[in-house]
Design a protein around this ligand. Structure first.
Ligand code: ADP
Length: 607
């Protein structure tokens, strides 16, 4: 549905026609009829009714002749209100079709995006702006275009009606309305601009609102009692946003009301010019009344709807600019990075065996960063051994895992897996090579069993005794007690967003994440400080348990706490993106270098 092109507001029409052609066509057709009904059609029906009534009163026609004009009048009114409701119904159907076609398309592009776009604050803002409510934005664009079309139809039909009676009166209206039209466009654009400025404050206000009422900060809120302070800041942001919004609303009110007033004056002018034609008999009294009501109806439309429609059009125009950039992000997947299909592809069903893993002179800088995070890094790892990457926070340890797992591919130097460059492997193979438990591991609000299953998506359909593997992994990860406490055991939904869901503690979630890694058949398991929230002694215990479970497998433990990693077969000390020391705990302690110094400094943590 979306392709690489520059999207404009007009494209919302194209998107809607693709999603639901019949409804879109019906909507357009009925919108035209709906626009003519209260003005031109109503004017003709009124004229017919009044003129017939006059002739009846003058005794020139029988009384019964009034019924047909009356029915016509009621019919116009009836059709107008019915079409209004039908249009609402059609809009709802179009919305549903868009939910089915546009929304999944946006989700697909989103899922296929390079990781660097997700990590980059600017592109992440763009992604969240576009993904938030694409259907609403497209519908708003479609709605404003329909509204604009209705205004044009209404104006043209009224002018045609007037011109058909007295042509010069139509010219007077055009002459006076043109500046109004221009004013409306300006007002719409200015209003949109100011709305965007107010949005800045609203975003900050929403964030503070989350801190004040959200679940994440609930415990700290109670502990630190910062609600009053945050409340003050919230009010400040709210006031700033409100004042800006008020200014906009006031200006908009003055402009629209002012222009309505001028248009009303024009309508009076038309009335004054037409009245002479009524007196001279060139225009019937009924037609005069009809034209006047149509002109007043048109004035209303021009005054309010015009600037509203234009404001929406500018807003949707900005959304379409964002959409263009978003689709472009999805199309130009990075410089050798995973292609969209690559990001979406599943890990291989059968992971390859790992023999060797080598970083050769690898240097890397984040796209948004300025300095080299990895600086000529080289190391060689062998299969079946336990390694620990240690170093201060910010040394570059996590960055190594991001390169290994293919999240970033724009590094200098080479990474070899079994002697072959990592970037030459198919994406599915790379994904199947590593299983990582991250520091900020995910908590999925599905059942405990499903949580663990996600560790080996490929195995769900290919491994016959998958369920017993899940049970084994959960036992190995020490989840037996947790499962016993859960209402429906492993099938209990976790988290509170589901009605029967049960919450588990941070430590229990961590074990779930570890079980997920245990079930994975990836030949290399990485623990990237998932235990950062634990005290050093508990972390050390988790690492040594994991090490025992992973006997004979290749593991990489990452931590800045050395007591947790000292059991590793080999420790690699990383500083400023380079390996500065390497060896067993004993060897490094004997060398009395940086590692020994750090270890001594941390010794107190383990007493
Ligand atoms: P460690 O895991 O050793 O604590 P990281 O590998 O997470 O360190 O980070 C190394 C450096 O890279 C830090 O200086 C950090 O600020 C920077 N960094 C990490 N992620 C990003 C990012 N997405 N964009 C820019 N810089 C980053």
């Amino acid at each position: 549905m979306l392709s690489g092109k520059t999207y404009k507001t007009f494209d919302t029409l194209r998107i809607v026609f693709r999603a639901s052609p019949v409804c879109a066509f019906l909507h357009m057709l009925l919108s035209v009829v709906h626009a003519i009904m209260p003005t031109a059609a109503m004017a003709l029906a009124t004229a017919n009714f009044v003129d017939t009534a006059t002739t009846i009163l003058q005794g020139e026609r029988p009384h019964d002749d009034i019924y047909l004009p009356l029915i016509m009048l009621l019919l116009v009114l009836g059709i107008f209100t019915t079409i209004g409701s039908v249009l609402q119904l059609i809009s709802a159907r179009i919305s549903l079709s868009l939910q089915r076609s546009l929304k999944p398309e946006i989700v697909r592009i989103n899922a296929a995006l390079d990781f660097k776009h997700i990590e980059n604050a600017e592109s992440w803002e763009l992604i969240s702006r576009v993904s938030r409510d694409p259907v609403k934005s497209v519908m708003e664009g479609f709605g404003s275009m329909m509204q604009f079309m209705q205004i044009v139809v209404c104006v043209v039909s009224v002018l045609t009606l007037i011109a058909s009676q007295i042509w010069w009166a139509a010219l007077i209206i055009i002459g006076f309305s043109a500046p109004m039209f221009w004013l409306s466009i300006r007002a719409g654009k200015k209003n949109y601009q100011a709305g965007r400025d107010a949005e800045k404050f609203n975003r900050r206000r929403d964030y503070l609102n989350d801190v004040l009422t959200g679940r994440d900060a609930a415990d700290e809120r109670t502990l630190f009692g910062f609600s009053d302070e945050i409340n003050k800041r919230w009010k400040q942001q709210y006031e700033l946003g409100r004042k800006l919004q008020l200014k906009v609303t006031l200006r908009m009110f003055l402009i629209t009301k002012g222009s309505s007033l001028i248009l009303a004056l024009i309508a009076m002018l038309v009335a004054l010019t037409l009245i002479s034609s009524v007196v001279s008999g060139d225009l019937s009294a009924g037609m005069f009344m009809g034209i006047m009501s149509a002109v007043f109806g048109m004035v209303q439309q021009l005054g309010w709807q015009m600037s509203d429609s234009l404001e929406k059009t500018s807003k949707v125009g900005e959304y379409m600019k964002d959409l263009t950039e978003f689709v472009e992000l999805g199309r130009c997947q990075g410089d050798g990075g995973l292609s969209p299909s690559g990001n979406l592809c599943e890990p291989d069903t059968e992971p390859i065996e790992l023999e060797t893993l080598e970083f050769r002179n690898v240097s890397f800088k984040y796209p948004s960063g300025e300095h080299l995070v990895l600086d000529g890094l080289s190391f060689f790892l062998k299969s079946g051994r336990h390694y620990a990457f240690v170093g201060k926070n910010g040394a570059g340890k996590t960055t190594i895992t991001k390169l290994l797992t293919g999240l970033y591919t724009e590094y200098e130097g080479e990474i070899f897996v079994n002697g072959k460059e990592l970037r030459e492997y198919p994406e599915g193979t790379v994904k199947a090579m590593f299983s990582v438990v991250y520091q900020d591991f995910a908590r999925y609000y599905v059942s405990l069993k499903e949580n663990i299953k996600l560790g080996d998506v490929a195995g769900i359909n290919t491994i016959s005794d998958f369920d017993s593997k899940i049970t084994a992994a959960s036992e190995q990860a020490g989840l037996e007690e947790t499962i016993a406490e859960l209402k429906d055991g492993m099938d209990t939904p976790l988290g509170k967003i589901i009605e029967d869901g049960q919450d588990i503690s941070g430590g229990q979630w961590q074990r779930v994440a570890i079980a997920r890694s245990l079930i994975s058949r990836a030949p290399v398991k990485i623990l990237d400080e998932p235990t950062a929230a634990l005290d050093p002694i508990s972390e050390s215990r988790v690492y040594s348990e994991f090490e025992k479970l992973m006997h004979g497998k290749t593991t990489i433990f990452i931590s800045h706490r050395l007591g947790s990693t000292k059991l590793a077969d080999e420790i690699l000390v990383i500083d400023d993106g380079k390996i500065i020391e390497r060896g067993t705990h004993e060897k490094l302690m004997n060398e009395n270098g940086d590692y020994a110094e750090m270890f001594e400094a941390q010794r107190g943590w383990y007493l």
